[in-house]
Design a protein around this ligand. Sequence first.
Ligand SMILES: C[S@@+](CC[C@H](N)C(=O)[O-])C[C@H]1O[C@@H](n2cnc3c(N)ncnc32)[C@H](O)[C@@H]1O
Length: 253
Amino acid sequence: MPETVIPETVKAAGATPAGASDEASAARAVQQMFDEIAPRYDLLNHTLSMNIDRLWWRRTARLFTHILRRKDARVLDLCAGTGDMSVALRAVGSDARIFALDFSHQMLHHGLEKYRRKNIQAIEADALHLPLGPACMDLVVSAFGFRNLANYEAGLREILRVLKPGGEVGILDFSEPQGLLGPLYGFYFRKVLPRIGTLISGVRGPYAYLPASVQKFPAPQEMVKRMEAVGFTNVSWTPYTFGIAGLYRGTKP
Ligand SMILES: C[S@@+](CC[C@H](N)C(=O)[O-])C[C@H]1O[C@@H](n2cnc3c(N)ncnc32)[C@H](O)[C@@H]1O
């Protein structure tokens, strides 16, 4: 098979918050940002998405029921934050061992009650340096976290490394809707949302970073190519809610 070539223009390594000069400083800025907004994160999330986020988490979890209902399955929620994706994974009747990993101490701290109630093990660690051996997970899911990684390719390689052969990945993240909705949504996302976010969180910055990070994130066709290039098979992207968000899926051969 010919190697997939990623054009120079879209080779951005990963998220680059304002002021970050390299991957290490980008990661530190992201971590600090989430530590700061953690106390109001859940409230903001549901307000700004008008609760559609709950539908997206549930829809994603349902697609992996065949793995989640297996008692012996091990599942990693990557960039789990305060745990709503993890809870949705458990809610499909899952008996699996679920691990919720994040590098923001505060985000995990604010999700601890959810993790305890749902028997989910929280791990404080960096998604680019997982403290896990190779081929130990049946499923890796990441909701609205992958886009924040300082190096997307390194993130994909790490996911591939920890998946068992035949294991699956699901990456749920924002995208930029096309067509008529595009400009309207663009106005809400770039102008209205950062203002409401700053107002509720009391923290300036993160909610300007959000639209910027979505703009920087590869478009769906490009992301699919990147997943194939690192070695995933059966790669697909399914738009959610007119393409405001979408789910990338892939399998480790
Ligand atoms: C937008 S939140 C999403 C949280 C949760 N998955 C959800 O759907 O609500 C993004 C999370 O990714 C985490 N994150 C970003 N980069 C990370 C990294 N390199 N390693 C671990 N966690 C990371 C942040 O700390 C933050 O909690």
